[in-house]
Design a protein around this ligand. Structure first.
Ligand SMILES: [Zn+2]
Ligand SMILES: [Zn+2]
Length: 400
């Protein structure tokens, strides 16, 4: 069994050292037995507990996901209609693992009771408009080949948001060219935003709104997000740092979002590093070739982070929690619990024109321009969106 993954971990260094020593002084010792089944070699450490074998490791991850899915009590409605859920897949390790786990849960249900409790649609949003080095949507075909029975596959591009929206100019300005392609509109919008953090923030909002719009078009009753404990913790801090603390109850909890769909996070009890081992060493054949958005080397080095160059608040916090979960997993869990306990301050408030969430008391009126507009405030901006667009050049925003 390979132990070659993540050569930088301290555990790996110890193994390498003891191997070296054993050639001269010690006999190599056999790995201990798995603590769960007590049958196979236990070589994978889980939650600092004595080692598990491959099968028991997979069982652990699977049961975390299944337990959450069971807790959602997904059933057919009174008319015997089976609900449909949308699973957005970014080709990273979390959403790919979630697809793997849901696919096998559905296969199990088909075998046992001939029909599944819910249907799945799998969506990829191609975001190459943000950065040409991001994975292309064409990879969805490869994923489909691996999970042909999981559900319908939908390919989309971030700029498709324009087919669900009308555009409002901020501030009021003459439309320069109505014949621009959606991609050009999106590029122009991103260039107008004042900083990399603001671009990342607003791109995230556009992504969520597009995923919601597609889920609604496809008649879905909810969205299954791939977020792990680690990712949820990093969201708690990043959203708070960006002045979007008010939106946390809907971003972290398993609940009905203000967009009218359920937002569920079946992997909320799994750490990211556990999924890294899962996709590289546990799944058969390994899932990792499907995870083309995942890279072993972090996109931004610690050096870049301290110099503060080219790193966004989101990236910084992702890196922080990736390191944090290795040493302080319970702190990471507590951050998520803290976010989960927050209650929306004003859920009935008018939605923010930009992010679509009920705007908080710090929101302000927004003048949206259009050709025959009177210039009166027609919308509201929440505090987070106000901050993200502060100092932006005039731009056109897709309004739902
Ligand atoms: Zn075992
Ligand atoms: Zn907003």
């Amino acid at each position: 069994m390979s132990l070659s993954f993540a050569p930088q971990t301290p555990r790996q260094t110890t193994i390498a050292k003891s191997k070296k020593m054993s050639t001269t002084t010690e006999q190599p010792t056999a790995p201990p037995l798995c603590r769960r089944c007590k049958e196979h070699d236990g070589i994978y450490v889980l939650r600092n507990e004595p080692p598990h074998c491959r099968g028991c490791y997979e069982y652990f991850i699977r049961s975390k996901c299944v337990k959450r899915m069971e807790s959602y009590k997904i059933r057919a409605d009174d008319q015997n209609q089976i609900p449909t859920f949308l699973l957005p897949i970014s080709f990273g390790i979390s959403s790919t693992s979630l697809l793997y786990l849901i696919d096998s849960q559905l296969a199990g249900q088909r075998q046992k009771v001939t029909r599944t409790r819910y249907r799945l649609k799998i969506l990829n949003v191609d975001e190459s408009v943000l950065d040409p080095s991001l994975p292309s949507g064409s990879h969805l075909e490869v994923v489909k080949q691996r999970f042909p029975d999981a559900g319908d596959y939908i390919a989309s591009k971030l700029e498709d948001i324009y087919s669900f929206t009308e555009c409002a100019d901020i501030p009021d300005l003459e439309k320069k060219d109505a014949n621009k392609s959606p991609r050009e509109c999106m590029q122009e919008l991103l260039t107008a935003l004042p900083s990399p953090t603001s671009r990342e923030d607003m791109a995230g909002i556009l992504r969520t709104r597009l995923i919601v719009a597609i889920a609604q078009r496809e008649g879905c009753s909810g969205i299954l997000w791939g977020d792990t404990t680690t990712r949820l913790a990093d969201k708690v801090m990043a959203e708070a740092a960006k002045g979007r603390g008010f939106s946390l109850p809907w971003q972290i909890s398993d609940t009905k979002s203000p967009y009218g769909l359920k937002f569920l996070h079946p992997l909320r009890d799994v750490f990211k590093k556990e999924l890294v081992t899962f996709v590289t060493e546990i799944t058969e054949p390994p899932l990792v070739p499907l995870c083309i958005a995942y890279s072993l080397t972090p996109k931004h080095s610690a050096a870049a982070a301290t110099s503060g160059r080219n790193i966004t608040v989101g990236e910084l916090l992702t890196q922080y929690f990736d390191n944090m979960e290795l040493q302080y997993p319970s702190t990471v869990m507590n951050v998520v619990r803290m976010g989960d306990r927050l209650k929306p301050s004003n859920p009935e408030a008018d939605p923010c024109t930009t992010c679509g969430l009920p705007a908080d008391e710090n929101s302000e009126g927004l003048t949206l321009g259009s050709r025959e507009d009177t210039g009166e405030a027609r919308g509201k901006l929440c505090y987070g969106c106000m901050r993200a667009t502060h100092g932006a050049a005039p731009h056109s925003w897709p309004v739902m």
